[in-house]
Write a protein that binds this ligand. Structure first.
Ligand SMILES: Nc1nc2c(ncn2[C@@H]2O[C@H](COP(=O)(O)OP(=O)(O)OP(=O)(O)O)[C@@H](O)[C@H]2O)c(=O)[nH]1
Ligand SMILES: [Mg+2]
Length: 301
């Protein structure tokens, strides 16, 4: 089992590489496993929310409960935003998910957040497919909701769970609208101790503001609230009944993003300025666009 997990880790490292030959290997591997973005019986859950809201601790509680209930394998791709400064991501996530990381049928991949805001990249989508190809039925993607990452988490997962922490200065006005709109489930987290009262107020406000989105209060620490956990699990199983339509849209989005990235890599490899002329001769950005399009029209791409 641990051998299998280390093979999966090696494959994910290859998928994260920018090397073309590595991409060819991964593409062939996924073909071999008949991987498909749309057609399979897996479940992809995005967990997002501001730094420190308790995403990893929440996944630990929910994941342990899911892994105990079924024989199905579960993977977590955690994007740790603090890792660039502390370089402590692996330690951080393994301690936050100490119980899960001990389980036989669980794979946890803590990923350092690279240059992209929120940490999600196209390679994250490929890593997710690799987990599924290795037999992991449910994959969690943990990502902090900053920058454009909320768009991306919605574009990679079947169900987005947004965690909000009461009384942290994350007042409702402070939470970006975009992320509220892509959330399939809103969880008021850390609904315990000193923040319980203010959290309940927030819960009522949100229920009125978003009447069509399930809003659930929950606490994962020091002990997991089993009552709200059950509510979250049953909401998840209702929402997971039909994922196909969303996946079809996602596939178009991801495919276009991959094409743009391939074109850019191709142009860079061929020295883009050889195609469009010296930068100093270009007077405005649209001119660069038009020149490149013309150059591509004349080539056989
Ligand atoms: N009171 C309380 N504390 C919690 C709860 N869940 C997590 N914490 C604490 O909040 C802190 C941050 O938890 P994490 O799970 O690391 O939060 P995170 O959102 O994954 O953090 P980043 O990955 O750094 O964005 C830790 O000290 C946890 O023990 C909860 O339900 N209640
Ligand atoms: Mg975390």
């Amino acid at each position: 089992m641990s051998h299998e997990r280390s093979t999966l880790s090696q494959c994910i490292s290859l998928a994260e590489s920018q090397n073309f030959a590595d991409k060819v290997i991964i593409s062939e591997l996924l073909d071999l496993r008949q991987s498909s973005w749309v057609d399979n019986e897996t479940l992809r859950i995005g967990v997002t929310g501001p730094p420190g809201v308790g995403k990893s601790t929440f996944i630990e509680g929910l994941g342990i409960s899911m892994a105990q209930l079924s024989q199905q394998k579960l993977a977590v791709l955690a994007i740790d935003p603090s890792s660039t400064s502390t370089k402590g991501s692996i330690l951080g996530d393994k301690t936050r998910m100490a119980g899960l990381s001990q389980m036989e049928n669980v794979y946890i991949r803590p990923n350092p957040n690279r240059e992209q805001l929120g940490g999600l990249t196209l390679e994250t989508a490929t890593s997710l497919l690799l987990c599924e190809a290795a037999g992991y039925h449910t994959t969690y993607i943990e990502s902090v909701g900053v920058g454009q990452s909320e768009i991306e988490i919605d574009m990679m997962t079947d169900i987005v769970i947004l965690l909000i922490q009461p009384g942290s200065g994350d007042t409702l006005q402070g939470i970006k609208k975009g992320i509220m709109e892509v959330a399939d489930i809103i969880v008021i987290h850390k609904l315990d101790g000193a923040t319980e009262l203010i959290g309940k107020e927030m819960l009522n406000q949100l229920k009125q503001l978003y009447p069509h989105t399930p809003v659930i209060g929950h606490s994962s620490h020091p002990i997991v609230n089993q009552h709200s956990l059950t509510q979250i699990q049953s909401t998840l199983s209702q929402l997971s009944a039909d994922t196909k339509a969303k996946r079809i849209k996602q596939k178009t989005y991801l495919l276009n993003a991959e094409l743009k990235s391939a074109l850019l890599d191709h142009a860079q490899a061929n020295d883009i300025y050889q195609l469009i002329g010296e930068m100093s001769n270009i007077k405005h950005p649209t001119e660069a666009y038009v020149k490149l399009r013309n150059a591509l029209n004349n080539s056989k791409i």
